[in-house]
Design a protein around this ligand. Structure first.
Ligand code: SF4
Length: 664
């Protein structure tokens, strides 16, 4: 393996790194033994090559198919546009033939030629109907999509630049449920999604995303071609992505849209009954509190039952599917059926969620109240561990990797959330050590290959324990003073990671008045553009919230200070986190530590990981929230961060930042 890896590394112009070699060997062993593997590999390890090389060798030698799943489009692009084309050439000779690869996404990501041709576009929702600007903007976007068809070879939404709104894309795409099926579809032979699937079926390695991986596991039918090895990169995000894919939503608009579609293909009376049930739902959902629901009360239960029954009546009213019916009729029927199925199944799921007592509930239900969106009832699984254990680990050898998989120094939290048994003993804490965990459930190995960075020499962790704990009413003045002092000392170069948009804006407004340093705030422009401006000018600072915690990769002197205002615990009213916490407590566990502290530890490790992106990088991570130094759980959070040199002396930190500024 090390020889093959060396060939690959030479071909991509990199240097061999011990962590990369250890990881590639471990991946090769896992493939051979069939045991699952979790590998923590710090930024700069070159982990994609460390799994791609053994995976491609396995695929070519065994004529098998390997699936690589990522959470972000950025990593997907890196694999497809950079790593795999280079490996294709480099490994051709040693493997005896050129390995092949393809990308596969959910059907919704590809433009549907049949929907575009048949004129079966969705009607804009009620809110948009009353806004002529929204309707004309939508029309312009759909026209642009029609023009794009003749330019695109893939029909892949991610290749459309600039992109279009979700509503416009829905006009030209279908879900797997809505698709007519290639054999029946008049444009099935030209279908972009079908071409993507066919290409994936021939490839040695398929790159996909966690959502499709989840759908493949959730659905009764196969979405991904037959495969025997799954590699989950960015595995720290797997549970959230799978949870999102398994979340259902009911809105009055979705009921009305299903009723309108039903009205085209079945008895209008049946469609009107559904419309009426939807009106009842609209009235009641409006009055529910924007929170997790532990019960729904009789009126809502009756309304949901009415929606369920009316949707079922419409489905029955569709009659049997006539194989020889006209394409337009078949398309209209399929679209109606899929929307009715969704409304029916969601109403059933919402009702079932309340049938058992709290301790045995599998779904969490809450009423959303997002700005510019109608109120909805959502149902999400309390846990996805059983699903992953049965449908992922139970069926394929699985390699999970990320820069952040150990929390509090062990793989335990992550393993539990994936449905794997927690590790036994403490030995995984040391870098490079591997342990076997085979007590119960799928057999797996955890390996931390460390990081090429010398954290203790390259970074300072500043814990501002003299500050007051964060309050409810925005950032305390002492936080803003501290932040200003650090930014001035660093000469800008600051990434401010805030726990809320409100705090990011407050810091931006206040500090713009107090300092000459240019400050960019998330939301003022496209995030990618803001990050580019930040990277181009060392004096510029960038403030923002969640997407910056995970999405900023700026090596070099433009980023030498990462400031975190508050420990990123989930909000107390977060429906899923609070329900998960309660479920752990009901089993006698520590809900706060298992759910809230774990969530904070993961985000903190991700956010502060923005500081060191190359071995030359130097700087400071400053955590203003003193609880990381003073609270009981502080030790767990600190153990989730790499071994920076740690201090609580503000003057030492400012002096270090001044020196770095002068040296840059
Ligand atoms: S096969 Fe399905 S996705 Fe493809 S064009 Fe036909 S209906 Fe659309």
């Amino acid at each position: 393996m090390s020889e093959l890896l060396a060939t690959a590394v030479a071909a991509v112009g990199g240097t061999e790194r011990p962590g990369q070699v250890a990881m590639a060997e471990a991946v090769a062993t896992a493939i051979r033994t069939g045991d699952h593997l979790a590998v923590q590999a710090g930024t700069g390890t070159g982990k994609s090559l460390a799994y791609l090389v053994p995976a491609l060798r396995h695929a070519v030698e065994r004529e098998a198919t390997v699936v690589v799943s990522t959470a972000t489009i950025a990593l997907q692009r890196q694999l497809i546009d950079r790593d795999l084309p280079r490996l294709e050439k480099a490994l051709e000779k040693p493997l005896g033939r050129k390995p092949t690869f393809a990308i596969l996404k959910g059907r919704r990501n590809y433009l549907c030629l049949n929907k575009l041709d048949s004129g079966m576009q969705d009607e804009p929702d009620d809110a948009a109907l009353f806004d002529p600007f929204a309707v004309s903007a939508l029309g312009r976007e759909v026209t642009r999509l029609r023009e794009w068809v003749s330019d695109t070879e893939t029909g892949d939404r991610d290749e459309l630049n600039p992109g279009v709104s979700e509503q416009a894309w829905r006009q030209v795409s279908v879900s797997a449920r809505e698709c007519l099926g290639a054999s029946r579809c008049p444009v099935g032979t030209d279908c972009f999604a079908e071409k993507g699937r066919a290409e994936a079926g021939r490839a040695d390695l398929i790159v996909t995303n966690h959502a499709l991986l989840a759908i493949d596991a959730l659905q009764g039918f196969q979405v991904l071609p037959e495969h025997d090895l799954v590699i989950v990169d960015e595995a720290h995000d797997l549970v959230d992505r799978v949870t999102s894919a398994a979340t259902a939503e009911l809105t009055a608009a979705s009921v009305a849209a299903a009723a309108r579609r039903a009205g085209r293909v079945c008895d209008q009376e049946l469609a009107d009954r559904l419309l009426e049930a939807g009106d009842g739902f609209a009235l009641l959902v409006e009055d529910l509190p924007e929170a997790r629901l532990d019960s729904i009360g009789e009126p809502m239960a009756n309304t949901l039952a009415a929606v369920r029954d009316a949707a079922y009546a419409c489905l029955s009213g569709l009659g049997p599917d006539q194989r020889n019916s006209d394409v337009e009729v078949a398309t209209a029927r399929k679209l109606a059926q899929s929307q009715l199925d969704e409304v029916h199944d969601t109403a059933v799921r919402l009702l079932r969620a309340f049938e058992t007592d709290d301790a045995h509930r599998r779904d969490v239900v809450w009423r959303t109240g997002e700005t510019n969106r109608p109120p909805a009832l959502k149902a999400a699984p309390l846990a996805v561990s059983a699903l992953l254990r049965e449908r992922l680990f139970g069926q394929h050898t699985t390699i999970l990797t990320s820069a952040t998989l150990t929390l509090g120094g062990t793989f335990d939290s992550m393993a539990r959330s994936w449905g794997l048994p927690a590790e036994q003993g403490e030995s995984v804490k040391s870098e490079g050590a591997a342990t076997d965990k085979s007590i119960e459930g799928p057999k797996w190995t955890g390996l931390d290959v460390g990081s090429p960075f010398d954290h203790a020499r390259s970074g300072i962790l500043y814990l501002a324990k003299h500050l007051p704990p964060p309050g409810r009413d925005g950032l305390p003045p002492s936080y803003l003073d501290e932040l200003a002092g650090l930014m001035e000392a660093a000469g800008g170069r600051t990434l401010g990671l805030f726990s809320s948009m409100r705090a990011a804006k407050q810091a931006t407004e206040t500090l713009r008045k107090r300092t000459e340093l240019p400050i960019l705030c998330q939301g003022e422009d496209a995030t990618a553009l803001l990050v580019r401006k930040f990277a181009e000018d060392t004096a510029t600072c960038l403030f923002g919230t969640l997407s910056l915690w995970q999405g900023v990769d700026v090596p070099g002197p433009s980023l030498q200070l990462v400031v975190v205002d508050r420990l990123p615990f989930p909000r107390p009213d977060d429906p899923l986190a609070s329900a998960r916490q309660r479920a752990v407590e009901a089993r006698g566990g520590n809900g706060f530590l298992s759910v809230a502290a774990t969530h904070a530890a993961l985000l903190l490790a991700q956010g502060t990981g923005r500081l060191l992106r190359s071995t030359e990088d130097r700087g400071v991570v400053a955590i203003l929230d003193p609880r990381i130094a003073t609270a009981r759980y502080g030790g767990f959070l600190r153990a989730s961060l790499p071994g920076y040199w740690t201090t609580s002396d503000a003057e030492v930190v400012r002096a270090a930042l001044r020196r770095l500024d002068a040296a840059s």
